[in-house]
Design a protein around this ligand. Structure first.
Ligand code: GDP
Length: 393
């Protein structure tokens, strides 16, 4: 599917930047334009791959912002997005809308600019264009504290409603024990874009051979058309030269309708990889059987594909999700050294992490309100002497 990608806020911009780099490195053909929008000038300047003319600063004329960010305030992030329509429309003008199948808005939901701005932007795009609007929302780790949880839980409500599908990535589930939250972002961002690019670029003709079970971008669109939130599963395996040659031979024999040991191996590998993906860490942990629709893409050199393996994997997922709506297809990548399986579990409704986040958010909201009401009394108690003998000037 061809996309107009917009990274909103700091995390959104960084991930969009990494996505563009990954797309180029893997010779994919996914994006038609990659844009970054932020209220903090320094963050925009730090991006490495998004061209300068595709970076836009919002809220520049607002006294509270002036190019320095919104200080983690999502209400301010939303407000400047509504007010700065001129800059937002200038950014959207960079997207050749006639040539895309959808928009993808990426944002970290625990901060201010992306958290508040991304849902507003999604709403604006939906009112202006016909194309579907997808979101990629990053949930904060628990250690980031109550404020981040509150911002994310509120943004999640608005962002889900404003998009056709919101793919979640949970920083909490992906924080490495040895990494600090910040130190791990580079690695984490690579994991995010690998999944998103492998999934959404399937079906785009970019010089690779067409396979008999090629995924069609219409299938991706259909699977994403559920509304709600989604999660992505992924697994990959490296292919040695020998394996690739063996795969080639196996495929040749399979085509000649002679079942061979190598053909069977390719089938087992493909179906096993699909299973492994679904049983590995999802972008956001969720109960697989709560998905409404799902889609499997097996990506790699056509020699390593197996129609039987793909079908076996598809049937297995159908049973796991207890749903008849499981689509599966190949994404041929000539010369690729890895075989990967990516699975989109669309509209999952059993997502414990979201419930935890909401609990943390409610606690934070209560303590923020309590502190607000007692703050004035505390100031008064501090500046008043114990016997109340002093007169203010
Ligand atoms: P904003 O600029 O006001 O939108 O806020 P940020 O994007 O800086 O931060 C919002 C949230 O995004 C944080 O609470 C983190 O959870 C997350 N975050 C920030 N940077 C990254 C990143 O590079 N990768 C990932 N996965 N998450 C990030």
């Amino acid at each position: 599917m061809k996309l107009g990608v917009i990274g909103y806020g700091n995390a959104g911009g960084k991930i969009a930047d990494r996505l563009l780099q990954f797309e180029e490195q893997t010779h994919r053909n996914l994006t038609r334009a990659v844009i970054a929008i932020n209220s903090a000038k320094v963050d925009l300047e730090r991006l490495e791959h998004i061209p300068r003319e595709n970076r836009f600063l919002v809220g520049q004329t607002d006294e509270r912002v002036k190019g320095h960010g919104v200080g983690g305030d999502p209400d301010l992030g939303a407000e400047i997005t509504r007010q700065d329509q001129y800059e937002i429309d200038r950014a959207l003008d960079r997207v050749p809308v006639y040539d895309i199948g959808g928009f993808l808005i990426i944002a970290g939901l625990g901060g201010g600019t992306g958290s508040g701005g991304a849902p507003e932007l999604a709403e604006h795009i939906r009112e202006t264009y016909e194309e579907p609007v997808y979101g990629l929302g990053i949930l904060p780790a628990e250690e980031e504290g109550g404020r981040a949880a509150l911002n994310a839980a509120r943004s999640l409500q608005a962002f889900t409603q404003a998009t056709d599908n919101l793919v979640l990535f949970d920083n909490h589930a992906w924080r490495g024990s040895e990494d600090s939250v910040v130190g791990g972002f580079d690695r984490t961002n690579t994991e995010i874009v690998k999944r998103v690019v492998t999934l959404l670029s399937a079906g785009e003709i970019d010089g690779s051979r067409i396979s008999e079970n090629a995924m069609d971008s219409g299938d991706i669109r259909r699977t994403m058309a559920t509304g709600g939130v989604s999660t992505i599963a992924y697994a990959e395996t490296a292919l040695g030269t020998e394996e690739r040659d063996a795969g080639l031979l196996g495929r040749f024999r399979e085509q000649n309708s002679r079942a061979t040991a190598n053909g069977a191996d390719a089938g087992t590998r493909v179906s096993g990889l699909i299973r492994q993906a679904v049983q590995s860490r999802l972008t956001c942990p969720a109960a697989v059987d709560s998905a409404e629709r799902s889609l499997i893409v097996v990506s790699g050199p056509p020699e390593a594909f197996s129609r039987k393996g793909l079908e076996k994997g598809r049937q297995w997922l159908e049973r796991e999700t207890d749903s008849a709506e499981v689509l599966a297809g190949d994404d041929p990548r000539d010369g690729a050294r890895t075989l990967s399986a990516v699975v989109l579990l669309s509209n999952v409704t059993d997502v414990p992490r979201v419930k935890q986040l909401q609990q943390q958010a409610i606690m934070a909201q209560r303590s923020i309100k309590e502190r607000e009401t007692t703050r004035a009394d505390e100031i008064q108690a501090l500046i008043t002497d114990d016997g109340n003998e002093l007169e203010p000037l």
